[in-house]
Design a protein around this ligand. Structure first.
Ligand SMILES: C[S@@+](CC[C@H](N)C(=O)[O-])C[C@H]1O[C@@H](n2cnc3c(N)ncnc32)[C@H](O)[C@@H]1O
Length: 293
């Protein structure tokens, strides 16, 4: 396939042929997207940088050992060491960011199967631009949902409502898309007393507002990669919009969350990231996943 190194080319061919469960490729996603055949992908989840204008960095420290010291509660001094310091670039000015995204969204649409769909994850900084961009490339009639992922973590400003949600725009390639209702996890009714015990016990299909925690800082799921998304969020998307054996693409893979969800649910996965740290983390995570029975 044009524009790819031989090893990536082999890995890509094996995934497309169903001979490998998945691949994590390092490089610019545009080159990989351009190398993919038309209609070869069943589902794409894309979580590009949010146009914050600065490097996204996450440092984790271990206290009790190390050469460096800090002052903590009660002015007590304690030792610490930095155990991981990971970052990715997000400095592009908005217009450049959107131009780069448009190029990739055009390719994503081309590589989606007729029943395929795209979930594009953004936040308040870009969601209004991204919606118009997607209307333009996919057509406004292909808009399916604007999902709100609501969480509650971190600081709270004193002068406005805390911004505690991301937006995920969902668009279909054609007029027939995958929505596997019965495979979707159910959530509790807000007023279970109003629906009777049987329905209350089953729970309901989530609406377009999803309350889910971020990956907790001390959890085993945490990789240390900045802006890592929860596997549970991706499992809901993969379960709803693909079937076992389908190919799931994540061109902005980061720590590989989409691949983990896809592997657990018996889908094939193709992950791309230009950051070598992301690729290393995603490969290690995927090597540790127990595939679906
Ligand atoms: C918001 S993070 C993705 C986080 C991921 N969803 C997770 O759960 O860890 C965005 C990622 O896109 C990658 N990226 C940005 N532009 C890219 C490009 N043109 N090609 C490949 N990767 C890119 C960055 O290196 C970064 O890892």
């Amino acid at each position: 396939m044009d524009g790819l190194a031989a090893a990536d080319d082999d890995a890509l061919r094996a995934v497309l042929a169903g001979e490998a469960a998945g691949a994590v490729l390092e490089g610019d996603n545009l080159a990989v997207l351009r190398a993919l055949p038309d209609a070869s992908v069943d589902l794409c989840y894309a979580d590009p940088p949010f146009a914050t204008g600065r490097t996204q960095r996450l440092s984790s420290i271990r206290t009790g050992s190390g050469e460096q010291t800090r002052r903590g509660f009660g002015e007590r001094k304690y030792r610490y060491e930095v155990v991981s310091d990971l970052a990715y670039a997000d400095e592009l000015p908005l217009a450049d960011h959107l131009a780069a995204l448009r190029e990739r969204v055009v390719e994503i649409r081309r590589v989606l199967a007729p029943h395929g769909s795209l979930y594009l994850h953004c936040d308040w900084r870009t969601t209004h631009h991204v919606r118009l961009l997607l209307d333009d490339v996919f057509g406004p009639e292909r808009f399916l949902n604007e999902l709100v992922w609501a969480y509650d973590y971190g600081g709270r400003p004193r002068d406005r409502w805390p911004r505690k949600h991301d937006t995920i725009q969902w668009y279909a390639k054609g007029d027939d898309w995958r929505f596997e209702r019965d495979a979707i996890d159910r959530v509790p009714y807000l007023a279970p007393g109003l629906v009777g015990p049987e329905k209350a016990a089953r729970g309901k299909l989530p609406t377009d507002v999803w309350w889910m925690t971020i990956v907790p800082p001390a959890s085993a799921e945490r990789t240390g990669y900045p802006t890592q998304k929860p596997v549970r969020l991706l499992e809901r998307i993969v379960a709803a919009s693909s079937r076992p054996g389908d190919l799931v693409l994540d061109p902005y893979a980061g720590s590989g969350t989409t691949g983990v969800a896809a592997a657990r649910l018996g889908r094939r996965w193709l992950l791309v990231d230009r950051n070598p740290d992301a690729v290393e983390i995603a490969r290690a995570r995927l090597a540790a996943v127990d595939p679906a029975p």
